[in-house]
Design a protein around this ligand. Structure first.
Ligand code: CUA
Length: 304
């Protein structure tokens, strides 16, 4: 399940960002206390009253020149080089990605494509541990931003433009990501999970994802209830791309881009009234009879 125990970086890039963050934090704390100390000195000295002593003005000028020009210059220039040193670690060009995954931001979910295997999935990105993976992002509507803090910096997801970020997980785990650019009413419920797993497990997942759903009574119910008007399931006759792809939905951990946990009860709640759970999302309340909802839940959870 979701790994919430720690916020420790799980990649070289995230480690570099965390290191830089600590440097910036420590320096800013030191600067803050020095400024406060100088303010206090100024305030307390003033209490003494009287004219400033002209004999100390040369020393004062020297102090202002060093503390006001030289020290800030050294601090800013050092921080600049510390930041520049971090750039290669987070840049997509700095790594030899061995795999590419396309992610399309949509209001309000993530469309995920493994094009070499003709796989489409939603809101979960599986990657192998120890393999640099290029995540190529674009948007289908407004500007979103993909951010998985434990793996890399955030990357803006812009319509008509393709940008890249590399995920290179150095340990297995489930890393939560979130849309980090306000994109409308359900921006807050636009999460995703990155599941990093050992290569053999990843390969098994990939092979399984590439399999189409078997034709069944459940599939007919899915088509008959109108679900296929928006959602695709590999192997189904209709392949609408409007809503999230539901192939192998039973293996996913969440419903509605991280809004609910994927359990039969919560899925039934979702189908009954998605607008109550995620107001403004594009799935309407269908008003289906209860037995039909239960049949859909059984079918969708069986898609493994
Ligand atoms: Cu998508 Cu915020």
């Amino acid at each position: 399940m979701r790994d919430q125990s720690t916020l420790k970086p799980a990649s070289h890039a995230a480690q570099a960002i965390a290191d830089l963050w600590w440097i910036l934090f420590v320096v800013s704390v030191i600067v803050f206390f020095v400024v406060v100390a100088l303010l206090l000195v100024g305030v307390l000295r003033r209490r003494g009253g009287g004219e400033p002593d002209r004999s100390t003005s040369r020393g004062a000028t020297k102090f202002v020149a060093i503390a006001g020009v030289v020290v800030p210059a050294v601090v800013v220039i050092s921080l600049f080089f510390a930041s520049v040193a971090t750039l290669p670690a987070v840049s997509p060009a700095g790594k030899n990605a061995r795999m590419t995954i396309d992610v399309v931001g949509r209001q309000w979910f993530w469309d995920v494509y493994y094009r070499s295997r003709s796989i489409r999935t939603s809101n979960e990105i599986h990657i192998p541990v120890g393999v640099p993976v290029e995540i190529r992002v674009t948007s289908d509507d407004v500007i979103h931003s993909l951010w998985v803090p434990r793996l890399n910096r955030k990357i803006d997801v812009i319509p008509g433009q393709t940008s890249s970020v590399v995920f290179d997980a150095n340990k297995a785990g489930v890393f939560r990501g979130q849309c980090a650019e306000f994109c409308g009413v359900e921006h807050g419920n636009m999460a995703l999970l990155v599941i990093a797993e050992p290569q053999t497990r990843f390969d098994r997942w990939l092979t399984n994802e590439a399999k189409p759903a078997p034709a069944s009574a459940g599939l007919s119910a899915f088509v008959g209830s109108g679900c296929s008007g928006c959602h695709a399931i590999s192997g189904a006759p209709q392949q609408s791309r409007f809503g999230p792809d539901l192939s192998h939905f039973g293996l996913r951990q969440t419903i509605g881009a991280g809004t609910l946990t994927n359990t039969p009860e919560q899925l039934a709640d979702w189908i009954r009234d998605p607008q109550r759970i995620k107001p403004g999302n594009k799935m309407p309340k269908l008003g289906l009879p209860e037995p039909e909802i239960q049949a859909l839940v059984r079918y969708l959870e069986s898609l493994q």
